[in-house]
Design a protein around this ligand. Sequence first.
Ligand code: NCD
Length: 306
Amino acid sequence: MKFTKFIFSTLNLSREYLESIFSLASKIEQNPENYLNKCNGKILAILFFEPSTRTMLSFESAMLRLGGSILGFASGKTSSSAKGETIADTLRMINGYADIAVIRHYLEGVGEIAKKYSSIPVISGGTGTQAHPTQAMLDLYTIKKAFGKIDGLKIALMGDLKYGRTIPSLLYGLAKYDDVTLYLISPKELKIRSHVRQRLNGFNLKFYEIDDISQIIDELDVLYVTRIQKERFPDQLDYERLKSSYKISPETLNNVKDSFILLHPLPRVDEITPEVDSLPCAKYFEQAKNGVFVRMALILNLLGVE
Ligand code: NCD
C-alpha cells in the first residue's frame, strides 16, 4: 500500500490510492476487532475552526476505535487564533503534541501551509469552499459498496454546486473512474465554478448541467443532494431567494430504478423531506457511518501503520 502524508484534495489522489483506502476500509468494517490496538499510544489532533458534527465526531470515533487518543478544539474562538495566532504557528506547535492532525478551516490554501510547516501528517476536514476530500472518499466508498463498482454509473449532484465544498472533491474523485455520466442540477446562480467546469472538461467523463431533475430521475443510479450553504453567501437576500429551490420528497422518487440510492453529505436543512428517510434508497445515515471506516483507513495509511 502506498503511504501518503497530506490529504487536501482529491485531484492528486490516484484511482489506485482511492481503491487501496476503500479496500482497507472494507476490511475494517468487516472485522473491526482486528484494528482495536493499531494506534495505541498515537494522538490525533482535531483543529476545527468551523462548525462540524459528522466530520469531527467520525474522526474522533475513528481514532478511538483504533486505540489512539484525541485532543483539540472545535472552534477557532476557543483557540489562540482568536488572539491572532497564524495557522502556520498553530500547526508547528501541534507537531509537538500529536502524531497526526485533521484541520477544518474557512481559508483556501491551508493545505499549502500544512505542507510547508507540518512535520506530522495532516488531513483536510473541509477547507475553504472547494475541498472536502475525506467526505468525497466516504461518498465514493458508499457508492462502491452499493453497486460493487463506480465505473459506468449515472450520478446526479444537486443543490449548491457553487459553495458546497463536497462537490468539487466528489467530482474530481468520480473523474478517476471510467464512463461515469454526471448530471449537475442547480439554480443557475449556484452552478459549479468556471475553474471546476474547465477541469471537468479535461477529464474522461460526460457531464450535463440541467435545472430540472424530473427529466433524468428514472435513469439515475445515484442522486447526491447538498444543502444551500447559507453561511457562504455574500448577500443573504440571495440565500433567501434560492434556499428552497429543491425539495426531494417520496413523490420525486416515484420512478427511480430498484437499485437507485439517495446520498447527502449532511447536514440537511429542508432539501430532503423526513418522509424519505424510511425509503430503502435513503442511504445518507449509512453514508455518515461509512465515514468512520474510511477515516480509520486514512489514519492508518497516513501514520504508516500496516
Ligand atoms: C459538509 C461541509 O462542512 O462542507 N459537511 C460535512 O462534512 N458533511 C457539508 C455541509 O456543511 O453542507
